[in-house]
Design a protein around this ligand. Structure first.
Ligand SMILES: Nc1nc2c(c(=O)[nH]1)N[C@H]1C(S)=C(S)[C@@H](COP(=O)(O)O)O[C@H]1N2
Ligand SMILES: [Mo]
Length: 220
């Protein structure tokens, strides 16, 4: 056995073609303006863990005991039990989440009911402009009707194929990924379609009323 390192073989037609392709490949050129579009909102850093943030009260709710109250819809007031909720058309969605405390997490896979599905099944009365989400821990958060109806917004019961854990808001939580995560109410128990804006828990404690991460709407 020789101890000499192997000599690099001479270029062949094959390696020359690969070298040409490498030189002309788009990723070796500076990004075009469209490619420069950022996925991470300003001031955020990426995490692969999923931190738990809440008021410290984590209600334990059995799925068979869970129900969602919907107020201000054309049916009046509706109480939707777990099985009735599962009977609504189900949606899988993948979204990035952005917490105001500056972590973001990409590619969360949610299963549940899209808010557009809920809005179609239980349409708000025509004078309703805002939505207030209420949770079993006493938490509330407010949204405009268009933000609630965003194409990525949903009421999720599962994450990555498993039922949501209690700490992340199971049985059902809101997921409104185009806004900071405090808008995504965990342990969701009521949805009120209302006629004027009603700032919620954090919105009355110094947080921004809307919370668009791309505009860094963190605080008032
Ligand atoms: N019911 C309820 N929902 C809540 C909260 C809360 O305290 N109670 N905290 C909000 C905040 S500030 C954040 S950042 C996210 C955190 O969700 P996670 O614990 O699943 O990461 O939940 C939001 N939804
Ligand atoms: Mo938060």
């Amino acid at each position: 056995m020789e101890d000499e390192p192997e000599a690099t073989p001479p270029e062949s037609g094959f390696t020359l073609r690969k070298i040409d392709r490498a030189k002309s490949h788009p990723s070796s050129k500076p990004p075009t303006p469209a490619q420069r579009v950022e996925r991470l909102p300003p001031g955020q850093h990426l995490t692969t863990k999923w931190p738990v943030l809440d008021l410290g009260v984590e209600p334990a709710i059995r799925h068979e005991d869970w129900a969602l109250s919907i107020e201000g819809c054309s049916q009046g007031r509706v109480n939707l039990a777990w099985h009735a909720f599962l009977d609504l058309p189900q949606t899988d969605m993948r979204s990035d989440i952005h917490c105001v405390t500056a972590w973001s997490r990409y590619d969360n896979e949610w299963q549940g009911v899209a808010t557009t599905t809920l809005l179609a099944a239980f349409p708000p009365l025509s004078d309703r402009t805002h939505v207030v989400l209420g949770s079993s821990d006493g938490y509330t958060t407010n949204l405009t009707l268009p933000d609630f109806a965003h194409h990525q917004a949903m009421l999720a019961h599962s994450w990555a194929g498993d039922l949501l854990t209690r700490e992340h808001g199971g049985p059902v939580r809101a997921v409104v990924p185009h806004l900071y995560l405090w808008k995504s109410a965990k342990w969701l128990r009521s949805i009120r379609y209302v006629t004027e804006d009603e700032p919620g828990y954090w919105e009355t404690r110094g947080y921004h009323n809307r919370g668009d991460p791309w505009a860094e709407e963190r605080y008032r």
